[in-house]
Design a protein around this ligand. Structure first.
Ligand SMILES: [Fe+2]
Length: 388
């Protein structure tokens, strides 16, 4: 059985973010906590947004202590700030860390349980305060998803999943991506590609998720190179819209082994989420291919692969395409290159299996399999090792 439940309005287009004041007015909010980070502020991305709020007579206060991979302390601080400032709405402006912090803080404001106790599905009992999300990267999808991720004291990234976590409105303004460094376009874009590929190929069947995923893969395959080359607003727009589509696909159909394995890498070794996913993606595609060759052939076709003989050859060409994409985008080749230490593997393997995404991975996976993938991606071995 499948279901489609997307209670989020999406506003998109150049300068769509400068209508934010009237959005909060219509939600009857008078004082908004803006959750963001120093990078967004220093790039001047909040200027027009704050003016729009002021013009609409909506007061705003800024919580800018968002950290990458937000932890319990960060989200509790945001909650305390909201309460002490007597806010009645939340605006997240930033990448996945800002939006996830805003969501988790929102859950803490209206629920008495500690945030990690709300980990898993359906444990957020009460609706959040009105929340609007404006992404400034092209990866997270968090602006439309039902999930937030908070890192606990043991470096485990706790997913909290609830329909209450879906923002009221997602505002997609490509102008906010024009100052994004190429390396971040590449890393966050590869995160979005991973979302779409995992949602399309995992064991959960949802035609609507598949449709969104295929379109997202097509758009990312065409736009990610010119977007990462810089100065191409059209390509950045396509990446932004595709990342939201990918977010819709995985909120309907969840993910797979890449995310199960990348969360421990970010949690223990601090590797940015998009980079960890990008490095793992071709290894996991190669490993998973026998579990869903038709699905991976669809991925390949969406990436523009044509003329291969048969499903397996087509699927394999899709893996090669992703390997080439990583190379052209300057994604590090191995986890050794980004400072991961081999002595972390036992803990990372244990945490991989705490993820609900392992059970829906298209191929059954053992601890030994995960160890082999971590070792190969650490050393930078050919990702094709499982299919050649
Ligand atoms: Fe992700």
């Amino acid at each position: 059985m499948s279901s489609i439940h997307l209670p989020v309005r999406i506003e998109f287009g150049l300068d769509s973010s400068i209508t934010i004041g009237s959005e909060f007015r219509s939600l009857k909010c008078s004082k908004v906590m803006v959750v963001s980070d120093k990078g967004v502020i220093n790039a001047g991305l909040l200027d027009k947004i704050l003016k729009s709020l002021a013009d609409a007579k909506v007061e705003s206060v800024l919580y800018d202590n968002v950290v990458p991979d937000p932890d319990v302390k960060c989200v509790e601080q945001a909650r305390d700030f909201y309460i002490s400032e007597r806010c009645d709405g939340i605006l997240a402006v930033g990448g996945g860390s800002s939006i996830d912090t805003a969501k988790a803080a929102g859950a803490l404001i209206t629920n008495s349980e500690p945030i990690v106790s709300m980990g898993g599905m359906g444990k957020v009992k009460n609706p959040l305060p009105p929340l609007i999300a404006i992404p400034t990267t092209c990866g997270t999808g968090s602006e439309v998803t039902n999930v937030t991720v908070v890192t606990d004291e043991y470096h485990f990234k706790v997913p909290i999943i609830s329909p209450y976590l879906i923002p009221k409105v997602a505002v997609l303004d490509p102008n906010l991506l024009t100052s994004l460094p190429p390396s971040l376009v590449a890393a966050t874009g590869m995160d979005a590609l991973t979302h779409a590929i995992e949602a399309l190929t995992n064991k959960l069947e949802n035609w609507y998720a598949d449709m969104c995923a295929i379109k997202a893969i097509e758009m990312i395959g065409k736009a990610i190179r010119p977007a990462a080359a810089g100065g191409n607003v059209k390509a950045l727009s396509e990446m932004l819209y595709a990342s939201t589509l990918a977010g819709i696909s995985f909120t309907l159909s969840r993910l797979g082994l890449v995310h199960a394995m990348s969360h421990p890498i970010s949690g223990f070794a601090g590797v940015p989420h998009g980079v960890a996913n990008a490095i793992l993606l071709p290894y996991v595609m190669s490993f998973n291919l026998v579990g869903n060759p038709e699905g991976y052939a669809l991925v390949a076709k969406a990436l523009g692969i044509v003329g291969r003989s048969g499903v397996l050859e087509t699927a394999k060409a899709g893996v090669e395409e992703v390997i080439g994409l990583n190379h052209q985008l300057g994604i590090p080749k191995s986890f050794k290159d980004v400072g991961v230490k081999e002595n972390l593997f036992p803990q990372m393997i244990t945490d991989t299996f705490k993820s609900g995404n392992v059970a829906i991975n298209p191929r059954r996976v053992s601890e030994k399999d995960v160890e082999i993938i971590y070792q190969a991606s650490f050393a930078g071995d050919s990702p094709l090792l499982f299919i050649e």
